[in-house]
Write a protein that binds this ligand. Structure first.
Ligand code: MN
Length: 707
């Protein structure tokens, strides 16, 4: 890629595009250029050139990969949203949805650059970049943008230069490698290395020059010998010398001395087909003796980014090793360009009309097919999938730490990923500084800020939408322990009440009574109260044992009844059969393991247990009962036209929620409507009934109790 010069004018680019693009598409690219020129009017690059030279050069780089018109248009416009006051809508209107989406995608990637700090997060950053680009062309535009910035890095301040170089080495070079774009990766690495360590780069460069100069003739001799032998065997092949690039020498220098790294001759043999590759291998093995154990067949077993070649090492003259790579032309193009090869050398008509994503998918499919033929490495497939199209999303904490979450995760999942305490105290969230519902699915690249409040508690409804096991487990655990506390409190009240009904008092028991009982049943006090609260143990019997009350007196006068406050929570339930309301005469039925269910005293479901103190507890209502209670009404009507709407309106005016509605037609004129509504008390209900009775069509309103 580096071999082709930078595009300086739009006409120059237009000429290049003629090689692979029709005139209408070229005109579109020109139009995008003119738009960018106008939008960036007056802006200059650090070098003093007009700003538009940058997007033009980026489009030029993409044209070397034969990228489509939309990608080039996006390249022209890639800094417009970010750096001028043009908005995405304007680009959609001018150039269509697809181009606007590409521009938007590149802008988003550009934004996350500035949040990048911790180098340790590089791996996650790479994944985040890939996850954010729904269209692989976004990545290719971004990589080209970065490449031009790296080529023109020299004019920047040293600190900024180093920051961009670091980011390129940490994030963009590995992405290029994952996409199999070898040429691009090499250029990123060498430019990045030069910017990070200019002195070291210069020293290595001059040392390399010296070595190469000294043995140029020797290298040519070997090259000729190989070429000559292949030709004599009737094989058409191109033999070229290979040079190690700067950054790879630098990297190897931590393990080997410079002399050993350079003391290798390296060649590449490019043939017309796979058969010739293996034949060429045999021929070079005949020419020089191969080093045992160094032969690798990446044609049969390609690397995970699609790389294919035969590798071998030979003993050269004076014992200097000769490294040989043998591959076909097609393999060579893929080895150098990776995913971009699909735009570059797909000549068939069908491929030209494929979308970027389809091409990317085809590339991956190609990799998978290749691998499937060679071996059945599941690990390989997983790697490719995870690396290129992560299922996970990557979001930032306000301090810039990256969190990896499954796709579909929301702020609650995030909060619990940060810490269980953060999740438990969560009351809301900001996504990219905007308040948002906690159930909103998060997108890669977003910054999530959890709002907490002291004493806040997880909402049981969260279980309906959390996605991570960690959040689910933590919420369940919290609710369970809360239920436990509530059960203990209820158990204590039940026990106190039972003692009262037996003429005793929990606070005035003989000091050793409780301890003796606990010793007998081998429980601690909390567990005992808990078991009473959830109905596993009967309060009345426990009370009797406590005061050693021998006889079987009937308990519970009304005035000693337990009072319901409405705040008992999960251990106190209300019967769905009779829907008791505050003010109704009620009893509590203790059902084993499920706590207490409140029924009307007149409810048929408890009739047979009413006098069994082990099962039924007489209850009263506290003065200020909290909460909403369900009640069911039956409305008999005549001529129901529009009646439901009127009922709904009246209930709405009184602030009543309708939970359920059901109609029953008796005949053409008469019928009944059943309403399940939430009310505060009997008085509240009476007022509603009165309002409903005033409706003309209504004959009768009655409270329904199913028993
Ligand atoms: Mn740019």
């Amino acid at each position: 890629m580096g071999a082709i010069s930078e595009v300086k004018t739009i006409d120059e680019l237009g000429d290049r595009l003629k090689n692979y693009m029709d005139q209408a598409s070229i005109n579109q690219v020109r139009r995008a250029y003119l738009y960018a020129e106008q939008a960036h009017d007056g802006q200059k690059r650090r070098s003093g050139e007009p700003y538009v030279t940058h997007p033009l050069a980026v489009a030029g780089i993409l044209s070397e990969m034969h990228m489509d018109a939309q990608s080039l248009m996006a390249a022209m416009l890639h800094d417009v949203i970010e750096d001028t006051d043009v908005e995405k809508d304007a680009i959609t209107a001018q150039f269509g949805e697809a181009v606007a989406e590409l521009v938007d995608g590149v802008s988003k990637l550009t934004q996350i650059e500035f949040a990048s700090k911790a180098e340790a997060q590089a791996e996650n950053f790479q994944k985040m970049v890939l996850a954010m680009a729904e269209d692989i062309r976004v990545i290719l535009v971004k990589l080209s943008d970065r490449l031009h910035n790296m080529r023109t890095l020299g004019v920047l301040r040293p600190d900024k230069r180093r920051r961009i170089a670091r980011e390129t080495l940490d994030i963009y070079a590995p992405i290029a490698a994952k996409l199999g774009m070898h040429n691009l990766r090499i250029e990123f690495e060498d430019l990045g290395f030069r910017a990070m360590h200019p002195m070291r780069a210069a020293r290595i460069e001059s040392a390399v020059k010296t070595v190469r100069g000294n043995r140029h003739a020797l290298l040519e001799n070997i090259r000729f010998a190989i070429e000559d032998r292949l030709r004599k065997e009737g094989l058409v092949a191109m033999v070229t010398g290979r040079e190690k690039h700067l950054f790879s020498i630098y990297r190897k220098m931590s393990k080997k001395p410079f002399k050993d790294i350079m003391d290798v001759f390296a060649f590449r043999v490019v043939t017309n087909n796979v058969d010739s590759c293996y034949r060429a291998l045999g021929i070079v093995h005949g020419l020089y003796k191969p080093v045992a154990g160094m032969f690798k067949d990446y044609i049969a077993i390609p690397k995970s980014n699609g790389y294919q070649s035969l590798h071998t090492v030979l003993f050269g003259m004076y014992g200097v090793p000769i490294e040989i790579q043998i591959r076909t032309h097609e393999m060579d193009v893929i080895a150098n360009n990776g995913i971009a090869a699909h735009w570059l050398y797909k000549s068939d008509k069908q491929a030209a009309h494929m979308s970027g994503q389809a091409k990317a998918q085809q590339w991956i499919k190609g990799l998978l097919d290749m691998q499937a033929k060679a071996s059945d490495s599941i690990e390989f497939i997983e790697n490719v999938k995870i690396d290129l199209f992560p299922d996970d999303i990557y979001v930032f904490s306000p301090k810039g730490k990256i969190f990896e979450l499954p796709a579909g995760a929301n702020a609650i999942d995030f909060a619990y990923a940060v810490h269980t305490d953060v999740g438990n105290a969560c009351v809301g969230c900001r996504i990219d500084r905007q308040l948002a519902p906690v159930s909103t699915p998060l997108q890669s690249g977003q910054t999530v800020d959890i709002i907490t409040a002291p004493g806040a508690q997880p909402n049981p409804n969260w279980l309906d939408f959390v996605n991570t096991a960690k959040a689910r487990t933590a919420i369940r655990h919290f609710l369970k322990s809360r239920e436990g506390n509530e059960a203990v409190a209820l158990g204590k009240r039940l026990l106190a009440k039972a003692l009262n009904s037996l003429g005793s008092d929990l606070n005035e028991l003989p000091s050793n009574a409780m301890a003796e009982l606990l010793g007998e049943i081998k429980l601690d006090e909390n567990t005992l109260l808990y078991e009473i609260g959830i109905g596993k143990r009967v309060a009345y019997l426990t009370a009797r044992r406590l005061i050693n009350h021998g006889d079987d007196k009937t308990p519970a006068k009304q005035n000693s009844a337990l009072a319901i406050t409405g705040a008992e929570g999960l251990v106190l339930n209300y019967g769905n059969c009779c829907h008791p309301l505050p003010g109704d005469p009620v009893v509590g039925y203790i059902s084993s393991g499920r706590g207490m269910v409140v029924h009307l005293e007149s409810c048929a479901n408890v009739a047979e247990h009413l006098n069994n103190p082990d099962k039924c507890v007489h209850l009263t209502w506290a003065d200020n009962v909290k909460g909403d209670f369900h009640s069911e009404l039956r409305i008999d009507y005549q001529n129901e036209r529009g009646l439901l709407a009127k009922i709904a309106a009246r209930l709405n005016d009184s602030g009543i929620n309708i939970e359920k509605i059901r109609t029953e037609e008796v005949d053409a004129t008469f019928g009944a409507i059943y309403l399940l509504i939430s009310v505060k008390s009997r008085i509240h209900l009476a007022r509603i009934v009165k309002t409903l009775r005033k409706l003309d069509a209504v004959l009768k309103v009655t409270r329904v109790k199913h028993y």
